[in-house]
Design a protein around this ligand. Structure first.
Ligand code: ZN
Ligand code: ZN
Length: 416
């Protein structure tokens, strides 16, 4: 009798049970050039071997808007935002006339891969940089004795068995709580991940960093290479401990400034107020979150809420503005990008590689920008790495890979 391999199904996808730990890493804002340049500079020896043939060096498309929350949630559910419901960091709720942060677990419309694996008996461990993502990623998990582990490095000192499945994280890692604006916030995740792999050997692990470094430093720069060298050393340790390490990104990152170093911004709310009258259209920037110092809430994706009869004239007008890549109706945009119509504005606007979209100049505090703006949100930040520490085989040659295929690839197309 052949032994049937155990599988786990969630959100209409099926995953093989791993014979060894699988660690998916989401390197926030990791435009492919970061790893490519760091390898050229000789500072990522482990990754260099992986992409040279020890493992697999693939590319994937992320979700647009190329922002953190929609992509992290796609990665951990295996589906597009049209299914899981998290379409940006932010949306406008017409009924309550409020701009709502999409950090609340009740906004999630599907279960995560983690919950499905835990329900099937797997040990799951999730570590994220910022606490804002933690509750979404850990939604539905059971903590306590032998339960899941899910905490952020930002609030690592507050972790409790009851709520996070772990205590005394600082002692375990041997680091202090890092600043929320630092590379150490991400380093902490990997240091903790290695310790957990040594001590508890989770079956499924997810490590999700913050893009503080990528907003500041271009690929190949000293600041970027130092960060990637740091990550490489931890990935090597996870590999050494017998885990499959699968790397992707939530989105890429590009320079968004003019030649003088000034952010290259289209202030949409001001333009629309001037053209159609104040208050006729409401511009929402789904990149907005409480941590805006490094991007000033400027990204390449915006949505506009307005009355029906304004839809066509406003779209026609926006199409005439220099720097637009796409100006779409809700229906067109939700179809093209796999978004949920009720969590997306009436018009979707995507700017080109160099431009970002703002509301009005006075509403963006750019005083925290210490270096020329680098940001994301558009289609020009859609290509991300999908690198696996072990050979990948059997992927259909014409398949367009997405970053949220990472657990599918790591579990179903390797010898995991
Ligand atoms: Zn991000
Ligand atoms: Zn960012």
């Amino acid at each position: 009798m052949t032994k049937q391999q155990k599988t786990v199904s969630v959100n209409e996808r099926t995953y093989k049970w791993p014979n060894r730990p699988v660690v998916a890493v989401c390197v926030d804002g990791s435009q492919p050039e970061y790893i490519e340049e760091a390898i050229k500079a000789g500072v990522m020896p482990w990754t260099a071997q992986v992409v040279a043939g020890k493992g697999s060096d693939l590319r994937a498309d992320c979700v647009v808007p190329s922002f953190t929350n929609p992509n992290n949630i796609s990665i951990v559910t295996g589906v597009e935002p049209s299914v899981h419901g998290i379409c940006g960091n932010f949306y406008y709720d017409r009924e309550s006339d409020k701009e709502v942060m999409m950090n609340e677990p009740h906004l999630l419309r599907t279960d995560t891969i983690f919950k499905a694996f835990q329900d099937a008996g797997a040990k799951v461990a999730i570590i994220t940089a910022k606490d804002k993502l933690r509750r979404l990623l850990g939604n539905g998990l059971v903590y306590g004795e032998n339960g899941a582990i899910c905490f952020s490095s930002e609030k690592s000192n507050e972790a409790t068995f009851a709520e996070h499945g772990i205590e005394d994280v600082l002692d375990m890692v041997g680091m202090k709580v890092p600043s929320v604006y630092s590379g150490e916030l991400s380093e902490f995740i990997f240091a903790a991940g290695v310790k957990l792999m040594e001590k508890q050997r989770p079956d499924i692990m997810y490590l999700s960093t913050t893009d503080y470094i990528q907003h500041k430093f271009a690929p190949g720069s000293e600041g970027a290479n130092k960060f990637y060298a740091m990550m490489d050393s931890y990935w090597a340790q996870l590999d050494e401990l017998g885990a499959i390490v699968a790397l992707t990104a939530d989105h890429g990152m590009n320079a968004k400034h003019d030649e003088s170093g000034k952010p290259d911004v289209i202030y949409l709310q001001s333009l629309l107020d001037e053209k159609f009258g104040t208050g006729k259209a409401r511009v929402i920037l789904p990149i907005t979150d409480p941590y805006v110092v490094h991007h000033g809430a400027l990204g390449s994706f915006a949505t506009v809420y307005l009355d029906d009869e304004m839809n066509t004239p406003v779209r026609d007008y926006l199409k005439t503005i220099d720097g637009m890549q796409e100006v779409l109706s809700n229906a067109e945009g939700c179809k093209m990008f796999g978004l949920a119509p009720d969590r997306t504005g009436d018009i979707i606007v995507v700017s080109n590689q160099q431009k970002v979209l703002g509301t009005s100049e006075s509403r963006h505090d750019l005083s925290g920008l210490e270096v020329p703006l680098r940001s994301h949100g558009g289609m020009t930040e859609q290509c991300v790495p999908l690198v696996v520490s072990t050979p990948v085989s059997g992927v259909e040659p014409d398949r367009l890979l997405r970053n949220f295929d990472i657990y599918d690839i790591a579990l179903n197309y390797t010898s995991a």
